[in-house]
Design a binder for this molecule. Structure first.
Ligand code: NAD
Ligand code: DAU
Length: 358
């Protein structure tokens, strides 16, 4: 049986991945180490409590003793590292936690892995078939103009505290592969959307506000472009990298699905009008859109060239945006209680700080 250490499994992508990994590998055991920050929600994994192949550990990836202890106890064959502070706006407001979790936390995990995996062999050579998948973002590459795509060779040019902290963690991960021979693989993915995404991010925030008849804040001119990928497609790509990827390699993952923010907001409004009827008073949900002050240093356009993972590992996205956004809206409509439970006091404080008088 393979045992995987998964960090940040109570977050958006991590929770989708836990379910998919347990289903994909019937002989695997998943240990989920999560600090349960505002973004980590144990109910994202409700139903797994009785699953013997799953263990939840409430803890911080920066806690070296805890992480070392887990390696000794569990004898991990693989690490899939999701845990991070992940929201750009919060990194602008307060970068400290991003530096701590994203950089120091990644360093702590790499150190534990180095001690556990290299010590196990006399000649300190890497253990066959072990894997450390470091989950990163396309934001490390900076911002594109109207044309072009990020490839694995694009030089790093991070421009927010979030992307700078992720870039730093990518460099550390690669340095451990190069220096110590740790079997590290790095993935850089574009914007995800889908079930269980916290409503600080564009799509769930717009779904929640549009559904409840609140204003829809669009930053700047609304023409910034993101390359959207359904979360299950991202998780499939990560499972593929875990199974078939080559240590030392980087794989870009993207949806080949560029949209301006304003197009996304229009799509969500129109689908909600179709599903739920227009607002009381008869106006459509597009009437809720307001253009607000732009995000400082707002990257204009991201677009991923995912040819390498397609050609070398055979992965490509399977969920079209039309299907993915419908499934996402259906999920949020069917899970109103989930939304109500995360839009609590601390979310309201965050929302007011971020959006009132913006
Ligand atoms: P998220 O914010 O939804 O979840 C992060 C999880 O990490 C939470 O469960 C949180 O409790 C946990 N966590 C935070 N600090 C921790 C710590 N110190 N110790 C242990 N656990 C901690 O994030 P997400 O959107 O699911 O992103 C997961 C990963 O994927 C991140 O590394 C992110 O950079 C990367 N990524 C995200 C996207 C995206 O569009 N969301 C795209 C590309 C890459
Ligand atoms: O590209 C991958 C990255 O995508 C991940 O690494 C990050 O973890 C993830 O948060 C995401 O970053 P973005 O900054 O692109 O995502 P966000 O949902 O915050 O914003 C998407 C776009 O929508 C961006 O151009 C800003 C804009 N926006 C966002 C919010 C929250 C708005 O116009 N209004 C909003 O209220």
């Amino acid at each position: 049986m393979k045992t995987i250490l998964l960090t940040g499994g109570c977050g958006f992508i991590g929770s989708n991945f836990v379910r998919m990994a347990l289903a994909r590998f019937p002989d695997c055991r998943v240990v989920n180490l999560d600090k349960l920050t505002y973004a980590g929600n144990p109910t994202n994994l409700a139903g797994l409590e009785a699953e013997p192949r799953y263990r939840f550990v409430h803890g911080d990836i920066c806690d070296q003793a805890l992480v070392d202890g887990l390696f000794s106890e569990e004898g991990f064959d693989a690490v899939v590292h999701f845990a991070a502070e992940s929201h750009v706006d919060r990194s602008i407001e307060g970068p400290g936690e991003f530096i701590r979790t994203n950089i120091t936390g990644t360093f702590t995990l790499l150190e534990a892995t180095r001690r556990a995996w290299l010590a196990a062999t006399k000649d300190q050579s890497p253990i066959a078939n072990h894997r450390f998948v470091h989950v990163s973002t396309d934001e490390v590459y900076g911002s594109l103009g109207d044309t072009g795509h990020f490839t694995e060779e694009t030089p790093y040019d991070p421009r927010s505290p979030y992307s700078a902290s992720k870039a730093s963690s990518d460099h550390l991960a690669r340095a451990y592969q190069h220096t110590y021979g740790l079997p590290v693989l790095v993935t850089n993915c574009s914007n995800n959307y889908g079930p269980y995404q916290f409503p600080e991010k564009l799509i769930p925030l717009i779904i929640n506000n549009a559904y409840t008849g609140k204003e829809l804040p669009v930053y700047g001119d609304g023409k910034n472009v993101r390359d959207w990928l359904f979360v299950e497609d991202h998780c499939e790509a990560l499972l593929t990298v875990l199974e078939k990827g080559t240590p030392g390699e980087t794989y870009n993952i993207g949806g080949n699905n560029e949209r301006q923010n304003i197009e996304i907001v229009h799509t969500v409004c129109d689908l909600l009008d179709q599903r739920c009827g227009t607002l009381p008073g008869g106006q459509d949900r597009r009437s809720l859109i307001i253009f607000v002050k732009d995000r400082p240093g707002h990257d204009r356009r991201y677009a991923i060239d995912a040819a390498k993972i397609r050609d070398e590992l055979g992965w490509k996205p399977t969920v079209t945006f039309e299907e993915g956004i419908r499934r996402t809206i259906d999920w949020y409509l069917a899970n109103e209680e989930w939304m109500a439970s995360v839009v609590d006091g601390s979310y309201r404080e965050y929302y007011n700080r971020m959006y009132t008088q913006r």
